[in-house]
Design a protein around this ligand. Structure first.
Ligand SMILES: [Zn+2]
Ligand SMILES: [Zn+2]
Length: 473
């Protein structure tokens, strides 16, 4: 599988050199608001104050000179997406104030912003950073000008870097992809550092469906565990992508066999880095885009629900997954939230509204980041009920830290947790990927309908084993 140099982890050293270009077209990809820590180290802390912005960017001169013709053939597309010069800019919101291009009151809703043209200069004491590879160390920069892109360039950016030329999948396409899963015995939340990935597994521990395939990137690259090199590809599992966030698909660059899996993903607005990843997904077994207007799809034990928020938040408008117990669909299910708030996931919302304990295991929304609505579904009685927090050690956003709001809100719904002072005595129901096991040095967490007493080891086909043994149970 050929990858664009931005995505190719093997090029992270050469891409750590400063860029030769100084002008990019960029779209705000992500806005982080809150109290920040210093991060896991290896990358200088970001100076300034206020929210942290990530801009998904493409070299403007390259884009001006290289026109993509959507529908112009696979070869032309391959050249365009493999050669595109991509980068990500990380900067505090106050860097943009003097250019008067952002509405500071509305920043939280700025995913999928308008296109900006940014000119920057490299500087030893830069106020912002540019990453030329998803896993490389960045170069410090200062922004010299920022303006909105209009006219024909904006039209080209919208057309050539969107999913508009990828048509919706049919409901049958998605049902067919899920139907091959067979019986699901349990699930495992993988320790991927600051990011998210889980596997739905059969009785011998082989992954039959992935829910996200992400991991630590950019500033958080070093949170990814060194011991995780091989995922399980025994069953050619399809990958359900909850939403277009780097930390939810980036491990496809670490185990590139994932690009040969079938991906099921929501249609969302995006920038050039995501669009290039989408091209790489589509070049393998295919990219199935969720059909417009469809609320949910069920196949066997799996249900995918379209999240219900209106507007532009990618976190709350993607796909959430629930998994029913084999042979007993009314038993409490497993819930995979991605980064979506419970209030936008219909089965979670219903469980909260009726105060029923519908889930035996939950992956907490947004890595244990703040929840918009402060309630979680109630925990059922069983001792093996689990809430899993997937985040990287010392992450800059302070996701999952002791006594954080998300943990407190889950404790209120009886998910007792030793990282919350008021319930630091057993039994506890919370697990976190940062707790790495003594044998594997990995923090994978097993979730299921029954209790187990020892680590869960996948039995992969052939002689090469994956690195997905779950020591946390
Ligand atoms: Zn996320
Ligand atoms: Zn395997």
């Amino acid at each position: 599988m050929n990858l664009n140099a931005f995505h190719d982890i093997g090029k992270r050293s050469e891409m750590a050199e400063p860029p030769s270009y100084k002008r990019v077209y960029a779209r705000i990809d992500q806005v982080e608001i809150g109290e920040f820590g210093d991060g896991p180290g290896g990358v200088p802390p970001l100076p300034g104050s206020g929210p942290v912005l990530y801009l998904d960017s493409i070299d403007a001169n390259w884009f001006d000179d290289n026109r993509r013709r959507p529908g112009g053939g696979a070869d032309a597309d391959t050249r365009f997406f493999m050669d595109a010069r991509l980068c990500v800019i990380e900067a505090r919101a106050d860097n943009f104030d003097r250019f008067k291009v952002l509405d500071r009151d509305d920043l939280e809703e700025a995913d999928e912003s308008e296109w900006l043209e940014i000119v920057f200069e490299t500087a030893a004491e830069g106020a912002a950073l540019v990453y030329r590879n998803l896993f490389s160390v960045p170069t410090p920069i200062n922004l010299s000008s920022v303006r909105r892109v209009t006219g024909s360039i904006k039209q080209r950016l919208d057309k050539e870097l969107s999913l508009d030329d990828v048509s919706d999948a049919t409901q049958e396409d998605i049902e067919d992809a899920l139907a091959k899963a067979g019986q699901i015995d349990h699930a495992v939340v993988y320790d991927v550092g600051q990011g998210s990935s889980a596997g739905l597994c059969n009785s011998v521990g082989r992954v039959v469906v992935y829910c996200d395939f992400g991991g630590g990137v950019l500033r958080h690259t070093t949170t990814f565990p060194p011991g995780l090199n091989l995922f399980c590809m025994c069953a050619s599992a399809p990958i359900i992508l909850s939403h277009w966030d780097w930390d939810h698909w980036s491990s496809a660059s670490r185990d590139t066999r994932a690009y040969n899996c079938k991906w099921i993903a929501p249609r969302q607005k995006m920038g050039p880095v995501h669009r290039t990843a989408a091209f790489q997904m589509a070049s393998g077994a295919g990219l199935l885009i969720w059909p417009h207007g469809l609320a949910s799809i069920s196949s066997g034990q799996i249900t995918i629900d379209k999240c219900t928020r209106t507007g532009t938040s990618r976190n709350d408008t993607g796909l959430a997954v629930t998994v029913a117990k084999s042979g007993n669909p009314s038993a409490p299910r497993l819930l995979f939230t991605g980064d979506a708030d419970y209030s936008f996931i219909p089965p979670a919302q219903a469980a909260i509204a009726s105060a029923t304990a519908d889930f035996i295991a939950i992956v907490a929304p947004h890595h244990g980041g703040k929840m918009r609505t402060r309630s979680a579904p109630l925990r059922p009685k069983a001792g093996h009920a689990r809430v899993a927090y997937s985040y990287g050690i010392s992450n800059m956003y302070r996701h999952g830290v002791a006594n954080c709001q998300a943990r407190l809100d889950h404790v209120k719904a009886n998910w007792n947790d030793r990282h919350v002072t008021v319930c630091a005595v057993p039994p506890e129901f919370a697990r976190q990927t940062e707790d790495r096991g003594p044998a594997s040095k990995l923090g994978h967490i097993r979730l299921g309908w029954s209790a187990v007493t020892s680590a869960v080891t996948p039995q992969c086909v052939g002689t090469t084993n994956c690195d997905l043994e779950a020591e946390q149970i």
